[in-house]
Ligand binder design. Structure first.
Ligand SMILES: [Zn+2]
Length: 298
């Protein structure tokens, strides 16, 4: 069974938010035309398209990330339509005055499961009281988890649309995640892309905290920052430190017509085979850990 722990739900509201950031007469449709991407249509239509895509690739369930703050409702609509196929995640800006209430509502009324923090983007440190408050909110909801983007943050759609991205990568530090994870030992934390360049720190966080998980998603092109590093070696070290039960396979798929990024799956499956990971451990990485974290009953 394959479950994908990292896909983005690029809804019409997502493109609408980018269009507002661009200004002028840009709208959701004109941005999609410029990108040569398909327009998403309603959240229900996009959810149906995702299900067809997952079916075509034999993927059982996937995470869907609401990828701008305030777009929780789009992912909630997808969940309502296909509750057995999707797990809802949402980007939250802890500097917003209503952030704790937004988080609470998303994790309870709307049925989403994972709050996603991007400290480098929102310029709110993980040590900041505002972060502490929203993490406390998540910790109070059974079955919730927190995703924290660390390391280098490069958002391809923003780059392609020439939108300013004044990120402060110093704020996305896995060691600061470890401090939070120790404070909330029953709350699962997910660090995507093996720490996106801060691999050593991500391993240190995973070693110190049994509730820190690493997602394997994206092309992991950050490995070029360490001369000679290969994705095989990354998997090997992550397996040695975090173990197979805390690695979550993901692709970082996002837009159509590209759809689900099968090449990422094929590459990671081949790595796991080359490393002679047992079938049971591989099953955890590619689906079992996702099932455990996002059981359907909670
Ligand atoms: Zn992503």
């Amino acid at each position: 069974m394959i479950n994908d722990a990292h896909c983005h739900f690029f809804s019409a509201a997502f493109f609408g938010a980018l269009a507002r950031q661009r200004g002028g007469d840009a709208d959701s449709e004109s941005l999609c035309r410029e990108l040569q991407w398909d327009t998403p249509g309603t959240p229900e239509a996009l959810a149906d398209r995702w299900v067809r895509e997952l079916d075509a690739h034999g993927v059982a369930r996937s995470a869907l990330i609401a990828s701008v703050p305030g777009d929780e409702a789009s992912v909630a609509a997808a969940l309502a339509r296909h509750p057995s196929r999707f797990v809802g995640l949402f980007m939250l800006d802890p500097s917003a005055s209503d952030a704790p209430e937004r988080a609470r509502r998303a994790l309870t009324d709307l049925g989403l499961r994972v709050m996603c923090l991007f400290p480098a983007m929102h310029h709110v440190a993980l040590q900041d009281e505002r972060t502490q408050r929203v993490v406390e909110t998540a910790a109070a909801v059974p079955g919730a988890a927190v995703f924290v983007h660390c390391g280098v943050l490069s958002i391809a759609v923003r780059r392609r649309l020439h939108l300013p991205s004044r990120f402060d990568p110093r704020l996305g530090d896995p060691l600061a995640v470890s401090r939070l994870a120790l404070a909330f030992p029953h709350l699962p934390f997910i660090i995507p892309h093996f720490g996106a360049g801060l691999f050593r720190e991500a391993l240190m966080a995973a070693d110190a905290c049994a509730n820190v998980h690493l997602d394997t998603s994206s092309s992991n092109s950050w490995i070029r920052y360490t001369p000679g590093l290969t994705l095989d070696a990354v998997f090997e070290a992550a397996l040695a430190v975090a173990g197979p039960s805390r690695l979550l396979f993901g692709t970082d798929s996002s837009f159509f017509p590209r759809g689900w990024q099968r090449a990422i799956y094929d590459e990671q499956r081949a790595i796991v085979e080359r490393l002679e990971v047992s079938a049971a451990d591989a099953a955890l990485i590619f689906g079992g850990n996702f099932e455990r974290l996002f059981s359907r009953s909670t």
